[in-house]
Structure formats: structure tokens, C-alpha cells
Design a binder for this molecule. Structure first.
Ligand code: PLP
Length: 404
């Protein structure tokens, strides 16, 4: 059992008052709050081990290098990757997907080739492929969903052709909360000899992820959504695939030798880490992963599941409420509308009660289009949230409903 009141003490921001009301932070899908350990790691990194990495013979540079590489090994262990060479530090999910889409399209795709994505993708797993579509003449095929917001697996099987080169899907939808069957999606793609990228942005904070078990070729996530700092994220890639892809950016660190005639590239993982990496961010991310690991991913998932069930039952009782996303396997996210109240009005009025929710299309306009709506109100939960907060939130929603 998690001791939530104890855990909340690790997150000083949760004590804040907003308009004189206690902050209720239900915008965890957008970004999570940071425990003291993570913030202190950043501070102590700059105060005690700050020197550019990989290039120095001096003590501090070697200490900073070791801290960065240790962080890589922490990520490797967290994901159960085979080798730390398979862990590339990026700025986040978006950069990781852009890295793969750009280099994969260059190395493995030509005009007429196809990428399969799903109807519930975040824009960051749509637009990079569209950029490659415009550059290379490739096409996107889209997995539809059923009325509960689960992917249509039969339709998925039917999308493969001899031109399919990659499947790129979210592990957990940031709008519907659907936990997609990524192991099965991957196994089906592999039957066709097609590699898979999984966007794990919304899965990593909530579920135990084992990349060897999922068996996808690429798995990506952002540090800031898993209680780590902004500006750092991860691309996991199977070594043979990362070896096959060309460098994404050129610069220092990613080279072996450079002359004006020819450059040879560095080994993995450095081939994909041009320039000075965020070596303070990487160590703070590792601290965040150690933090959630200590709580236990299974405990986190069970507690958040309980919050989700409780909030769903209570919210459904409010007259005129429509919840979008009723998958059998669902993460702790509720997207909803009440009657004809505009999502923006609901969000603004809840804010006045100290309740932070997100409103709008959640960077998933094609999904909004499929649902026939413009946007939703989204409440997304973390292990530091409580049922009392949900009670206050539900009372707030009811109050807004009565106002309209
Ligand atoms: N993919 C999903 C499913 C997301 O929810 C998000 C962010 O909300 C992203 C990708 C983009 O993450 P980032 O902005 O950290 O790169």
C-alpha cells in the first residue's frame, strides 16, 4: 500500500493555494510534478559535478561523464533493455519520434511505402510522418477504433500490404486512456516482417514497461511526464536497428574522425547524441525513475486504477456527462463533456476552484474529428492524488453544471 500523505510531502508544489483554494492538480498527462529528490539532483549536479562530459581528462569531467552513463544504465534497467547502447537521450518523445521518422524514412523508405498509425495518436506521432510523406511520397494508414475507444484489431490486420514499412502507435492514449495491446500489435507487425515504434509517453509514468517483452523495435518517452525534468527524454531502439539508421544530427560527440573530405561516425549510443547532451537532466531523470521504482510500478498502477474507477463512477452520476474512452484496459485519464457546456468554460471555472484540468483537443485533432467533437475536459491522475481531491473536483463539476 502506498502512503499517499507521506508521498505528497515529497512534492512541495502540492501545498500551494490557487485563488485561496488548495491546488488540485489533475493535469498529470500534460506534465507531472517533481519530487524533492529530482529537483535536488539538478541543484547538486550543477553545484558539484558540472563539467562537459566525454571530452575531459580532468576529474570533474570524468565524474560528470560517469553520472550521465550511470543514468543511461538506470534507464536501461528500468526498461529492461538488453544493452545501454540501446538507450539514446533526446529532448523527449517528440524529438525521439522525429529522430526515428527522419532517419527511418531516409534509410528504409521510398515513394509508395506505408506507415501504419492509429486514430488516437498524439500529433507528435502524426506530423513527423506527414513531413516524411511530403518529402518522400510515403503514405499513412490509420487503425480505426470501436465505440469504447479500443483499436480495431481486425481492421489493423487488414492494413498491411507489401509496402508497409513501419507501425507507429501509442501505448496509452493521452485522451481516451486506452491501454493499447502493444505486444499483440507488435507480434502482428512482425508476422509481416514490419518493425514497430511505440509512443510510451503516457505509459511510462503509470505501467511497468518491459521493452524485451513488448519486443517493439523502438520505444520512446519523455522525462517530464514521469516525474523527471523537462528537456530530456529517451529513444530506446534495438541495437541492430539503431546501427542500421543514419545519424540524425551532425556535430561534436557523434563523430569518430572528421576531415574536410570525410567524417566517420561514433558508435552507439553516441552516434545519435550530437552536441553537449543534457547530462544534468539525464541524472535527474534517473533519479525520477528510481523514485517511481521505489514506490513500485505495480502499486502505482493499482492505486491509480482505483482513483480512475472512483472518479468515473462519481462523474457518471452528474447529469449530462459524457465520458470519452471506455476501454476495458484504461489508464488514469478521464476525458469528458457535460451537457452543452464548452470545455473551455468548464476548465476556466474549475481553475477558479483551484482545480487544474486540461481542455481542448489535447494535440489529437484527428481523434476529436473521429469523435465528432472539438475538445474535451481532461482530468488525469497521479499516485499523489486522493479521493478527497476527486470529491472536490466532482463537486466543482456539478457546481459548474448548475451555473449553466
Ligand atoms: N505522445 C503522447 C501520447 C503524449 O501524450 C505526448 C504529450 O502529451 C507526446 C507524445 C509529446 O510529448 P512531449 O511534448 O514531451 O515530446
Amino acid at each position: 500500500m502506498l502512503d499517499i500523505q507521506r508521498i505528497r510531502e515529497d512534492f512541495p508544489i502540492l501545498d500551494h493555494q490557487i485563488y485561496g483554494k488548495p491546488l488540485i492538480y489533475f493535469d498529470n498527462s500534460a506534465t507531472t510534478q517533481k519530487p524533492r529528490e529530482v529537483v535536488e539532483k539538478i541543484e547538486s549536479g550543477y553545484y558539484n559535478v558540472n563539467a562537459n562530459i566525454h571530452r575531459g581528462v580532468h576529474f570533474l569531467s570524468q565524474a560528470a561523464t560517469e553520472a550521465h552513463e550511470e543514468a543511461r544504465r538506470t534507464v536501461q534497467a528500468f526498461l529492461n533493455a538488453r544493452s545501454s547502447n540501446e538507450i539514446i537521450f533526446t529532448r523527449g518523445t517528440t524529438e525521439s519520434i522525429n529522430l526515428v521518422s527522419s532517419t527511418f524514412a531516409d534509410a528504409c523508405m521510398s515513394a509508395g511505402d506505408e506507415v501504419i498509425v492509429s486514430v488516437m495518436e498524439h500529433h507528435s506521432n502524426i506530423v513527423p510522418w506527414q513531413i516524411q510523406a511530403a518529402r518522400k511520397g510515403i503514405a499513412l494508414k490509420v487503425i480505426p477504433m470501436n465505440e469504447r475507444g479500443e483499436l480495431d484489431m481486425e481492421a489493423y490486420r487488414g492494413l498491411f500490404s507489401e509496402r508497409t514499412r513501419l507501425v507507429s502507435v501509442a501505448h496509452v492514449s493521452n485522451v481516451l486512456g486506452t491501454i493499447n495491446p502493444v505486444r499483440e500489435l507488435t507480434a502482428i507487425a512482425h508476422e509481416h516482417g514490419v518493425p514497430v515504434l511505440v509512443d510510451g509517453a503516457q505509459a511510462i509514468p503509470h505501467l511497468k514497461v518491459d521493452v524485451q517483452d513488448i519486443d517493439a523495435e523502438f520505444y520512446v518517452f519523455s522525462g517530464h511526464k514521469v516525474y523527471g525534468p523537462t528537456g530530456i527524454g529517451v529513444l530506446y531502439g534495438k541495437e541492430e536497428w539503431l546501427d542500421r539508421l543514419p545519424p540524425y544530427q551532425g556535430g561534436g560527440e557523434m563523430i569518430a574522425t572528421v576531415s574536410f573530405e570525410k567524417t566517420t561516425f561514433n558508435e552507439l549510443p553516441f552516434k545519435f547524441e550530437a552536441g553537449t547532451p543534457d547530462y544534468i537532466g539525464s541524472t535527474a531523470l534517473a533519479e525520477a525513475l528510481r523514485y517511481v521504482d521505489r514506490l513500485g510500478m505495480d502499486q502505482i498502477a493499482a492505486y491509480e486504477d482505483d482513483l480512475l474507477r472512483y472518479a468515473t463512477e462519481r462523474l457518471e452520476k452528474i447529469e449530462g456527462t459524457r465520458i470519452f474512452g471506455k476501454a476495458a484496459r484504461k489508464g488514469a485519464v478521464i476525458s469528458f463533456l457535460v451537457g452543452t457546456i464548452h470545455h473551455y468554460d468548464m476548465g476556466m471555472l474549475l481553475d477558479r476552484l483551484g482545480i487544474a484540468v486540461r481542455t481542448g483537443h489535447h494535440c489529437a485533432q484527428p481523434l476529436m474529428h473521429a469523435l465528432g467533437i472539438e475538445g474535451t475536459v481532461r482530468a488525469s491522475f497521479s499516485f499523489y492524488n486522493t479521493k478527497e481531491e476527486i470529491d472536490a473536483f466532482v463537486a466543482g463539476v456539478e457546481r459548474v453544471r448548475k451555473m449553466f
